[in-house]
Design a protein around this ligand. Structure first.
Ligand SMILES: C[S@@+](CC[C@H](N)C(=O)[O-])C[C@H]1O[C@@H](n2cnc3c(N)ncnc32)[C@H](O)[C@@H]1O
Length: 287
């Protein structure tokens, strides 16, 4: 994480100030250190350049942890599947297998080949309309962010699709946040591969309990992050507290008249942000 980000950070549990002990810096990045809350005494380490601002009281289902370690474990037991995944010509693999190949190549640090496999997967996984809609939404966010200052906080960054687009196109300090330390460790290696690691900060935090000062965030973005937040509770109230400027959220909505979709969405408790009316109603309620 960049040293300048310290000014914006507070304790996510009690919103107290932080006393910093920096053990290792690389240029303007803190690589190893610790922040201790001057209010409640909680401590938050910085390891391998990633600030870890998670609290023990919220339960989390880290799907990256499950998916990636599950894939590795399965392939260790079935080396013939791993061989088939890596050696079959890309165009002969199903779109889902192309994506698994991308994940596997990434774990090995082969990012260029992984990207090729992922792009091929996306062509089969998503329709032309979906892809062009997402592209125009990304363009809109890039244009808006080009008019604002630093830093830009990206919420639920996942594999950093939006963060990469912003970093590639704009000279901005982008803060990638996610509650999965595993995906942030992957992002560190990936942004190093891209040559953009110097431009970003990586912060592990929960969107429902953010480690940013009240009113301190001028610009926050998210690409499909909202719908992934389980048990959101008063998560929009938390955003309202920390974001004093603009919140740019790319969201895709389902219509609630298709019964099959609606049933599955409700079964997994995802209705708040996957239906437009309920999302807008929540935003209005949060002010
Ligand atoms: C589909 S990804 C978002 C895509 C990403 N924004 C991009 O541009 O590539 C959703 C992410 O939300 C994260 N997530 C889910 N619940 C969260 C929470 N409560 N706080 C922070 N991140 C969360 C997941 O770990 C996952 O990485």
């Amino acid at each position: 994480m960049k040293t300048e980000l310290r000014e914006l950070l507070v304790c996510p549990a009690c919103r107290g100030g932080l006393a910093w002990q920096v053990r290792e810096c690389d240029g303007d990045h803190i690589e190893e250190g610790e922040a201790r809350c001057t209010g409640c005494g909680a401590s938050y380490p910085v390891r391998e350049g990633i600030g870890l601002f998670l609290t023990p009281d919220l339960s989390r289902r880290d799907l990256w942890e499950g998916a990636e370690s599950g894939l590795s474990a399965y392939l260790r037991e079935h080396p013939e599947v791993e061989r088939a995944l890596l050696e079959t010509p890309l165009e002969e693999l199903s779109p889902a297998d192309r994506f698994f190949r991308a994940l596997l190549l990434e774990e090995r640090g082969e990012f260029a080949e992984a990207r090729q496999a992922e792009e091929a997967a996306n062509l089969g996984l998503y329709t032309y309309e979906y892809r062009s809609c997402l592209r125009s939404q990304l363009e809109y966010v890039v244009e808006r962010v080009s008019a604002v200052g630093n830093p830009v906080i990206d919420l639920a960054s996942g594999r950093g699709y939006l963060a990469e687009e912003l970093t590639r196109r704009l000279d901005r300090h982008i803060v990638l946040t996610d509650f999965s330390p595993r995906i942030l460790r992957r992002n560190r290696r990936y942004f190093e591969f891209l040559g953009f690691y110097r431009e970003v900060s990586l912060i592990a935090c929960d969107a429902r309990q953010l480690p940013f000062q009240a009113g301190g965030v001028r610009t926050m973005t998210t690409n499909l992050g909202l719908a992934n937040i389980e048990a959101p509770g008063d998560f929009l109230g938390e955003l309202r507290l920390v974001v004093a400027g603009e919140f740019l959220a790319i969201s895709h909505f389902f219509t609630d008249d298709v019964v099959e979709n609606a049933e599955v969405i409700k079964k997994f408790g995802l209705e708040t942000f996957l239906f437009k009316n309920s999302a807008l109603e929540r935003f209005a309620r949060a002010g």
